[in-house]
Write a protein that binds this ligand. Structure first.
Ligand code: SAM
Length: 260
């Protein structure tokens, strides 16, 4: 396991502004729909929760939720908003909890931040270990299509409010590694590395962790994955997938309707 330094330390304080265009409502809607399959009073973990944007919304529903993230700087931003979230600094590859959560979410590319296949496998093992025997994991990943359409080989400047941010992305198709240099207000550059994985590698890592994929769909529509899909939503379970598949199918239909 490679120990990473906090690549987001420099930009954490700007993160919420930089991501103000991001549609958190979609993740919120799906997370809530899936949660309807859980027992009352379930315990939830938002893994790699960042600045707690989604966590805050879910806790607003009265959920027993907590978050973890590797970046103290990102978590600290979460404390700017009341009520303070319950969070801890931890690595997806070493989650210090066993069999505690009914439900884990891990969203907005966080899985893509794991740039070694061994780390991907380790993270799924750790998330599986943190889940209760009948637990559910909802995570997403970006695809190569997302990188090719929006990032690879591009340099651009964005203005949001008072912030001017310069982005520069390089993509190595062979390794799947995308390296993005971000400079806010002409400040020091942060380098963020993500990796896009073949779907077979993700499926294999999930199964090897003792989880079973029961849904893998285009995240924007919850329709089947297609060539144009830029983000994939996965739902995986720790228990018997057959018991769950039918109930999720009904939910999936509702999610598709909500997304139209
Ligand atoms: C793109 S951000 C998404 C944050 C949050 N899920 C959201 O929706 O805003 C990715 C997050 O993954 C975290 N992260 C990356 N690698 C991690 C690791 N190995 N363990 C825990 N968190 C990690 C980063 O610190 C960052 O907060």
């Amino acid at each position: 396991m490679k120990v990473s330094i906090d690549s987001l330390a420099e930009i954490a304080r700007y993160y919420d502004d930089l991501m103000s265009h991001v549609n958190y409502d979609r993740w919120f809607t799906v997370a809530v729909e899936i949660a309807a399959l859980l027992p009352r009073g379930f315990c939830h973990l938002d893994a790699a929760c960042g600045t707690c944007a989604l966590l805050r919304k879910l806790r607003g529903l009265g959920w027993r939720s907590m978050g973890l993230d590797l970046s103290l700087a990102m978590l600290r931003e979460g404390f700017r908003h009341a009520p303070a979230p319950t969070v801890f600094v931890a690595d997806l590859r070493a989650v210090p909890v066993v069999s505690q959560f009914h439900y884990i979410t891990c969203l907005f590319d966080s899985i893509n931040f794991l740039t070694e296949t061994a780390d991907l496998r380790l993270a799924f093992r750790e998330l599986a270990r943190a889940l209760r025997p009948d637990g559910i994991l909802y995570f997403d990943v970006v695809t190569e299509r997302m990188i090719l359409d929006h990032f690879a080989g591009r340099r651009w400047t964005e203005r949001s409010g008072k912030l001017t941010t310069t982005w520069e992305s390089k993509f190595c198709r062979e390794s799947g590694i995308i390296e993005t240099r971000i400079s806010v207000k002409n400040g020091p550059e942060s380098v963020v590395r993500e990796r896009v994985y073949p779907l077979s590698v993700i499926a294999e890592a999930v199964e090897a962790a003792g989880l079973h994929v029961v849904q893998a769909v285009d995240a924007e529509t919850w329709q089947p994955i297609r060539r144009k899909t830029t983000r994939i939503d996965y739902v995986a379970v720790k228990g018997n997938p057959e018991l769950f598949r039918e109930r999720l199918a009904a939910k999936a239909e509702r999610i598709r309707d909500l997304m139209q």
